[in-house]
Design a protein around this ligand. Structure first.
Ligand code: NAD
Ligand code: UGA
Length: 428
C-alpha cells in the first residue's frame, strides 16, 4: 500500500519506518525541514532502539522518504496517518491546534484528488474529536462527503518510548474506530500482517480506550507509590509486596514498580486532558485527580530523605544519576529529574548530573543555571561528591563501583547500589 504519515515524532516516524519495513511505500511529512533532512539522510531525529538501522535499510531499498510537502504526500498515497502532537493547552485541556491545522490542509488537498483517500487519526485525541472536529473540517475544506469520496478512522497508538519499534510491531491489540465501511476494509488489510487481535468500534470509543489505558496505568503507578510510601514508614520493602500482589492474576505483575512516579510526554498530559474533558461535562474525577496529585510530590520524597541525613543542602555536592523520564530515551518531558534538580538548586546545593542519552535535552532545559554541572559518564559524575540520587534506572548505573563508600538515595531500586556505605530507597 502507499502510506503517508503526517508528523514525524516518536509515533509518526516509528509508524512510517515499521510500515516501510513491512513492504509498504511510505512518505513521511513534517513542517520541520531539519527533521525531514535528517530522516532522508538516515539519521533519526529521536533516540530509539533499532530505529537507525531500519530507517537506513528502507531508505536504501527506496521504501521511505520524508518531505515538507503535504500535497506531494497526499497525492501519492492512499492512506494518511495523522501523528502530530496534541499537547496540553490552557488549564491542561487538550490543545488540538496541530490536528485542526493539518485537517484543514488535507481537506484542501483532497478537494483536487480524484481517488478515495483514507485519513486515520493516530494522535491521542479527546473522545469526540474525530467525529466532531476532524470529520467536519475535512468535509468543509474538501467540499466532499465522508464514506463516498474519502474515509475517516481513529486508530490509537500504544507504543512505549524506548521500546517503540517492538511495541508497534507486536501490539496487545489493534483498535480501529472507523466511520465508514471502506476505511475498515483498508485498515484490516493493512494490519493483516500483524498477529494481534483487532477490535473495531466507533471513533469516540477508540479515543476513550486510549485515554482509559493511560489513566489506568497512571493510577496503578500512583497506587503502588502510595503503598510504597506507607511501606517505608513501616520498614517493609514494597518490591516484595508488589511481587506477592502481582501474583494475583487480576492484578498482574506489570507496572508495579514503585519509586519516583511517572513522567513522559503523554501520561501527565493525557490524564490532565481527560480530567479537563470530564469537567466540561460536569463530572469531577476523584481517582484521576488523586493519581496526579500523588505524582506531583513523589519525586521530592528523595530530597526529604536526604535532608534527614544532612541538616542543610547549601553548598553540598549532590550527584544525580539519570535525567530522562525513563531509560532508553533522551526524552525529558515531565521527567521527575527536572523537579528534583530545580528543588536542589533552590536549596543551594551544587548539582552534578549525568545521563547516557539526555544531556543535550537537559542543557536546553537548564541553560544558564549556576551550580549545575553536566558529565558524560557516571564514573566522572560520582567523583564530585558523596551524596548520590538515582533518578533513572539506566543499565549504565547498575555497577557497584559507582556506589562504594557513598550515601545513596535510590528512586528506582538498583540492586548494585545497596553496596553503598549508606543506602536508602524512596519506598523501601
Ligand atoms: P512529537 O511532538 O514527538 O512529534 C510531533 C511532530 O509533528 C513534530 O515533528 C512536529 O514538527 C510535527 N508537526 C506538527 N504540525 C505538523 C503539520 N501541520 N504537518 C506536519 N507535521 C507537523 O509527538 P509524538 O510524541 O510523536 O506524539 C504524537 C501523538 O501521538 C500525540 O498525540 C501523542 O499523545 C501520541 N502518542 C505518543 C506516544 C509516545 O510515546 N510519544 C505514544 C502513543 C501516542
Ligand atoms: C506510555 C504507555 O506505556 C504507552 O502504552 C503509551 O502509548 C504512551 O505512554 C503514550 O501514550 O505516550 P511511555 O510514556 O513511553 O509509554 O513510558 P512507560 O514505560 O509507560 O513509562 C512512563 C513513566 O511511568 C516513566 O516515567 C516510568 O518511570 C514510570 N513507571 C512505569 C513507573 O514509575 N512505574 C512502573 O511500574 C512503570
Amino acid at each position: 500500500m502507499k502510506i503517508s504519515v503526517i508528523g514525524t515524532g516518536y509515533v509518526g516516524l516509528v509508524t512510517g519506518v515499521c510500515f516501510a519495513d513491512l513492504g509498504h511505500k511510505v512518505i513521511c511529512v513534517d513542517i520541520d525541514s531539519e527533521r525531514v533532512n535528517k530522516i532522508n539522510s538516515g539519521v533519526p531525529p529521536i533516540y530509539e532502539e533499532n530505529l537507525k538501522g531500519i530507517l537506513e535499510k528502507n531508505i536504501k531499498e527506496n521504501r521511505i522518504q520524508a518531505t515538507t510537502s503535504l500535497k506531494n504526500a497526499i497525492m501519492n498515497s492512499e492512506i494518511s496517518f495523522i501523528s502530530v502532537g496534541t499537547p496540553s493547552g490552557l488549564l491542561d485541556y487538550i490543545d488540538l491546534k496541530y490536528i485542526d491545522e493539518v485537517c484543514k490542509d488535507i481537506g484542501k488537498i483532497i478537494k483536487d484528488k480524484k481517488e478515495y483517500h483514507l485519513v486515520v487519526v493516530k494522535s491521542t485525541v479527546i473522545p469526540g474529536t474525530t467525529e466532531h472536529s476532524v470529520l467536519p473540517i475535512l468535509e468543509r475544506y474538501s467540499g466532499k462527503k465522508v464514506g463516498k469520496d474519502f474515509g475517516v478512522a481513529m486508530n490509537p497508538e500504544f507504543l512505549r518510548e524506548g521500546k517503540a519499534i517492538q511495541d508497534f510491531l507486536n501490539p496487545d491489540r489493534i483498535i480501529l474506530g472507523c466511520i465508514d465501511e471502506r476505511s475498515e476494509i483498508l485498515l484490516r488489510e493493512l494490519y493483516s500482517y500483524f498477529d494481534s487481535p483487532i477490535l473495531n468500534t466507533n471513533p469516540r470509543t477508540a479515543e476513550m480506550i486510549k485515554y482509559s489505558t493511560n489513566s489506568f496505568l497512571v493510577t496503578k503507578i500512583s497506587f503502588i507509590n502510595e503503598i510504597g510510601n506507607i511501606c517505608k514508614q513501616l520498614g517493609i520493602d514494597v518490591y516484595e509486596v508488589a511481587k506477592g500482589l502481582g501474583m494475583d492474576s487480576r492484578v498482574s505483575p506489570n507496572f508495579l514498580n514503585a519509586g519516583l512516579g511517572f513522567g513522559g510526554s503523554c501520561f501527565p498530559k493525557d490524564v490532565k486532558a481527560l480530567v479537563g474533558k470530564a469537567k466540561e461535562v460536569y463530572y469531577h474525577p476523584i481517582v484521576l485527580n488523586a493519581a496526579l496529585e500523588l505524582n506531583e510530590t513523589q519525586p521530592l520524597r528523595m530530597i526529604e530523605l536526604l535532608e534527614r541525613k544532612i541538616k542543610s543542602l547549601k553548598d553540598v555536592n549532590v550527584i544525580i544519576l539519570g535525567l530522562a523520564f525513563k531509560p532508553g530515551t533522551n526524552d525529558m518531558r515531565e521527567a521527575p529529574s527536572i523537579k528534583i534538580i530545580q528543588h536542589l538548586l533552590n536549596l543551594g546545593a551544587h548539582v552534578h548530573v549525568t545521563d547516557p542519552a539526555a544531556l543535550d535535552e537537559a542543557k536546553k532545559i537548564f541553560s544558564g543555571k549556576n551550580n549545575l554541572k553536566f558529565y558524560t559518564s557516571a564514573k566522572e559524575a560520582v567523583k564530585q561528591g558523596k551524596y548520590i540520587l538515582i533518578v533513572t534506572e539506566w543499565e549504565e548505573f547498575k555497577t557497584e563501583e559507582l556506589y562504594r563508600g557513598k550515601v545513596v538515595i535510590d528512586g528506582r531500586k538498583i540492586e548494585e547500589a545497596k553496596i553503598a556505605f549508606d543506602y536508602e530507597g524512596v519506598c523501601w
